[in-house]
Write a new protein. Structure first.
Length: 240
């Protein structure tokens, strides 16, 4: 439910149904990948998590997230790994970020201000910014409370957002892509979760899973369904 102008607004039931069905399709897809040993979550919880090797995790996230090699070549992945090692004092405390930010957005803004002190988005010498990769790394390797941004999720958000949405991470309206992420992207994620928490998200939520992870699955699946020519799984798409 949402409150606008002092009146209670009911969620769009057709959208609730679409979101629930998208989550079911995602669950079916991930089960097929898990059976083949291709599930990122399981990999990170396994040997890579034990080694705590930033480069190994970066390579895995980049490969799973289909980050184009022209925007994040292996040399840049090494640069990111070096940056992570050198900025552990900044990234380490962010592992404690919880979904409290859904009620207090300033918590997310504060976290992003800390991230801006690193060169995670574009290490020195790197060829390009890569918000898609950076958000995936934050979500999988720092805290699942950081929402993932990619081209599929963006396509779905533009269709589902209940307010005017500035869909360009490079917009001159913001000083950096991190500012866009902290304002437009996470605000849109928060609205979707709060609007559809009761009607479908909590019903689709898996045990031990946060609602940020649940909405990521929904957005990705709905975005993929909108672009069927781009392939049938998360490992063969191109990200923004």
């Amino acid at each position: 439910m949402d409150v606008l102008n002092g009146q209670q607004k009911s969620p769009d039931r057709s959208l609730c149904e679409d979101m629930s069905n998208a989550k079911k399709r995602y669950d079916e897809w991930i089960e097929q990948h898990r059976a083949k040993g291709l599930d990122l979550d399981e990999a990170l919880k396994g040997s890579l998590a034990k080694s705590d090797d930033p480069l190994a995790k970066i390579c895995l996230v980049a490969d799973w997230g289909s980050i184009p090699s022209q925007t994040l070549p292996f040399e840049d992945q090494i640069r990111v790994a070096k940056e992570i090692r050198e900025k552990r004092n900044i990234l380490g405390p962010l592992m404690s970020l919880k979904e409290d930010w859904l009620q207090n957005h300033q918590l997310m803004r504060n976290a992003v201000e800390e991230i801006k002190k690193t060169e995670l988005l574009k290490p020195h010498g790197a060829k390009a910014n890569n918000l898609s990769f950076a958000s995936k790394f934050l979500h999988w390797c720092v805290s699942p409370s950081f929402p993932i941004f990619d081209s599929y999720s963006l396509a779905a958000m533009k269709k589902m957002s209940r307010k005017e949405f500035s869909a360009n991470p490079s917009s001159s309206k913001y000083e950096s892509r991190w500012d866009w992420y902290a304002s437009e992207w996470t605000d849109g994620i928060r609205d979707l979760i709060n609007d559809h928490r009761q009607c479908c998200l909590m019903k689709s939520q898996q045990e031990g899973e946060g609602l940020v992870r649940t909405i990521d699955k929904v957005l990705w699946q709905m975005g993929k369904d909108m672009k069927p020519k781009r392939g049938g799984n998360r490992s063969n798409k191109k990200d923004t």
